[in-house]
Design a protein around this ligand. Structure first.
Ligand SMILES: [Zn+2]
Length: 382
């Protein structure tokens, strides 16, 4: 058993040892948080379902049914089904052979687990699923499925590595590994699966990127705008494999150049709401710049005081889709702030539009990955 496999096995054993028995014998299962809710959750299946409790062998309940409404009540998870209520510390819903679970208008592979949340009076709805099956529902959400297969394969390895690193490095107390949103990777279950992205996942099955025998933090972004950046420069945290690289392939991206204008009145309101009581804005200066052109801080001089805000935080404050990157120039004129920049996203790790361009120029997914992640190895999970 490899070190990875051993660690993952131990982790699953400690946190939810039963779950791994229900799904598959794969090296890694992942727990994806679908919902944290105080209201009831309707869980259905196109075939029957079997419910289990969390307590172990003796607690298994085998009740085939098609629909159950789950509630959280007096610190227990309750489901009312076939005229009877079951109350347990947690419940697992597994579809009968050939069926899928349906929740919140989406179909899911694997099983659904409902357990009390860390938030009082709420419960989690978690999809526990094999890592490979999870990726099928991620890839087309993170990259257009119409892109070149080698770009899709590069994304598949990056997405697998990202998820696997989370599984390994989450706190053992954590009740789930990833969110289903862009806070982790967007996951849409079976509804998001596409033929091309499924092919990319299958053709890279089990492959992850490692540095010194550990899975890397495989960050990626839409468009670097000419060069990616050192993570150390932008985030102040050093990752030896996340280095500045020149990118010659993302020019066709619609985000290669962008501009955004914001009224100073509006910016003053935003700053005020965030607790920066600086008065009227008089001057804006950019402080510090990476080799690739990303700005470190924005210095804003107001009638009351001057503040320095990291350009990352500033970007989030004005909207990360308005101000697409921290690689920009700023002009203050007639009570308006004009921002002109390059790229979309944080600029660390793989540039997706660059990967697309490289694929179209004949590069293989392994070459694409080695371009954007330095000194890494591409290795099999098992
Ligand atoms: Zn690029």
């Amino acid at each position: 058993m490899s070190r990875f496999k051993l660690r993952i096995y131990l982790k699953i054993f400690i946190t939810s040892f039963l779950i791994s028995l229900f799904i598959s014998a794969s090296a890694a299962d992942i727990r994806v948080l679908l919902s944290n809710t105080s209201s009831s959750a309707k869980i259905t299946s196109n075939k029957g379902m079997i419910i289990y409790d969390l307590s172990g062998k003796k607690g298994v309940k085998v009740i085939a049914f098609r629909e159950g409404t789950v509630k959280y009540s007096r610190k227990k998870i309750e489901v009312y089904v076939n005229g009877k209520t079951y109350r347990e510390d947690g419940l697992i819903f597994k579809p009968e052979k050939g069926g899928q679970i349906h929740f919140n208008n989406k179909y899911y592979r694997g099983v659904i687990m409902t357990i009390p949340s860390e938030t009082p009076d709420k419960f989690y709805v978690i999809n526990v699923i094999g890592l490979e099956e999870y990726l099928l529902g991620v890839l087309a959400e993170e990259i257009p499925h119409t892109w070149h297969i080698e770009a899709l394969k590069a994304q598949a390895v990056a997405a697998r590595t990202y998820a696997y690193e989370k599984i390994l490095n989450n706190s053992p107390k954590s009740k789930y590994d990833v969110l289903a949103t862009d806070m982790s990777q967007v996951y849409g279950g079976m509804n998001s699966e596409r033929e091309s992205t499924t092919k990319a996942v299958n053709e890279t099955k089990g492959l992850i990127m490692t540095y010194k025998d550990k899975p890397i933090a495989a960050f990626f972004h839409s468009t670097c705008g000419g060069a990616t950046d050192d993570a150390a420069t932008v985030w102040g945290k050093n990752f030896p494999y996340l280095r500045r690289v020149t990118c010659n392939y993302c020019k066709p991206s619609p985000h290669y150049e962008w501009s955004y204008t914001i009224d100073i009145d509006k910016l003053e309101d935003i700053l005020d709401n965030k607790g920066y009581d600086i008065g009227y804005i008089k001057k804006i200066a950019l402080v510090g710049k990476s080799d690739a052109g990303r700005i470190k801080d924005i210095q804003i001089t107001g009638s009351k005081k001057t503040v320095n805000i990291s350009s990352n935080n500033f970007r989030i404050m004005v909207g990360a889709k308005n101000m697409k990157s921290t690689n920009f120039k700023a002009t203050l004129k007639n009570r308006k702030l004009y921002l002109n920049g390059n790229g979309f996203g944080h600029g660390i790790g793989m540039c997706q539009w660059g990967a697309k361009g490289m694929a179209e120029h004949g590069y293989k997914y392994t070459e694409i990955l080695h371009q954007y992640y330095k000194n890494i190895k591409i290795t099999h999970l098992k």
